[in-house]
Design a protein. Structure first.
Length: 412
């Protein structure tokens, strides 16, 4: 295993902790991983003009998905193997990141190279139970500790070593009950994720129609609002950039003033800002960063161009931001306008390796500006959609934690 990487350098997809097997439960037994699976080899006789489907295993147990279709003559590695529905695949070079999963029906007959381990379950474990087992921290840890390499992105899975790890399993009958119960939770999670995706798609579509004025709101008495007017952003408020304290001065990061980077802003939401770092006044004086007043719109103008968030409190930002504090209009309307017109922000970005735009570029940006009361109606309408998306997100988080807790109790 890797032993020269600081633990805080591992990505979230890696579970590097020491595997600890839970005490044996009544009716369960301890077996080796190698007793649970058998290797399957179905060699492909490659034909130049035949078209083959290649797959990949997504990280964090994201499943087996199609990569591309290629003619045999265009596939560089000629040593390939057929996979069938229900096979369990492990990417030998990515398993430390959780790249494994069962082959779905639509990929039956696809092919993989010998970079993949193709497995079937023996008669002492159900596929549905193995599907749960792969989600456990213990399973992820034994995969990590069965891999060797000098860098987490270049580790190689040692199959024989992995086979020797032990695991506790119940009887087939109990496996069926556990898989059925947790499978129902997984189905519900899938439904919730789909609901969240549909709400997000609806939000993007309705924003486009609102800001193109295809959809207009009415006044409370049913009459039309006045026509929208063209305004330059610089006419509607003030703009401030950001900066990063010197990393050589570690004491700069001890303070009570929040400081955020572009990675602290979520895509497709104006309400989510993660604050994990704080700086002090000395750091502000010795860098280009400035204090951004409350009720400002944080606009990522370099790395991650187009991320938008409304800040409700005083804070500082990195140099990747051009921040806007409006003195006219509804701040949430303006934030949603930026979110809807991300392509417009991208269009003014310049550069080769890193594209971005300046405060000056932003000040010249023209915006269609409706009556204040119509701005409020638009902001309230879109906020209500965001609240529904957030509520579904909280349901997903609670259910995932519940599932994780059950798996933890079962195997640890």
């Amino acid at each position: 295993m890797v032993n020269n990487i600081a633990h805080n350098k591992y990505p979230a997809s890696v579970q590097h902790g020491k595997p600890r097997l839970s005490p044996l439960k009544e009716g369960w037994r301890t077996v080796k991983i190698g007793d649970l699976v058998t290797e399957i080899n179905r060699p492909v006789e490659m034909k130049d003009e035949e078209i083959y489907t290649l797959v990949t295993a997504k990280r964090s147990r994201g499943g087996i998905v199609k990569r591309e279709n290629l003619k045999g003559k265009d596939i560089a590695v000629k040593s390939q193997f057929y996979i069938r529905e229900g096979d369990f695949l492990i990417s030998k070079r990515q398993i430390v990141h959780g790249a494994c999963g069962f082959v779905p029906k639509e990929l039956d007959g696809a092919i993989v190279s010998n970079e993949y381990l193709v497995l079937n379950c023996t008669d002492i474990i159900l596929p549905g139970f193995l599907d749960l087992l792969k989600e456990t921290v213990y399973f992820q840890q034994i995969c990590f500790h069965s891999s060797i390499g000098v860098h987490v992105e270049k580790m190689l899975f040692k199959v024989a070593q992995w086979y020797r790890w032990k695991i506790n399993i119940p009887t087939i009958k109990e496996q069926e009950k556990i898989a059925s119960f947790l499978g129902a939770i997984a189905t519900r999670l899938t439904q919730l994720h789909r609901k969240q995706e549909l709400l997000q798609t609806y939000k993007r579509g309705v924003m486009q129609k609102i800001f193109s004025q295809e959809i207009r709101f009415k006044q409370d008495d049913g009459s039309d609002f006045p026509d929208w007017q063209k305004k330059k952003l610089g006419e509607l408020g003030s703009l401030l950039g950001g900066g990063t304290p010197r990393t050589s001065q570690s004491n700069h990061w001890i303070g009570n003033i929040p400081w955020i980077s572009s990675s602290d802003i979520e895509e497709d939401s104006i309400y989510k800002v993660s604050i994990t770092r704080f700086i002090n006044e000395a750091a502000i004086k010795e860098s280009a960063t400035k204090i951004i007043p409350p009720k400002s719109i944080l606009i990522v103008s370099r790395v991650g161009v187009g991320k938008i968030a409304v800040s409700e409190q005083e804070l500082c930002t990195s140099q990747d931001f051009s921040n806007f504090t409006p003195n006219k209009g509804n701040i949430y309307f303006l934030a949603y306008w930026f979110l809807a017109y991300k392509k417009k922000l991208l269009s003014i970005a310049q550069g080769t390796s890193i594209k971005g735009f300046t405060i000056y570029d932003l000040s010249l940006l023209k915006i269609d500006f409706p009556h204040l009361k119509e701005q409020e109606k638009i902001a309230n309408f879109l906020t209500a959609i965001d609240q529904k998306i957030e509520a579904v997100g909280q349901q997903i988080e609670r259910m995932e934690q519940f599932k994780k807790g059950l798996l933890q109790k079962m195997f640890v």
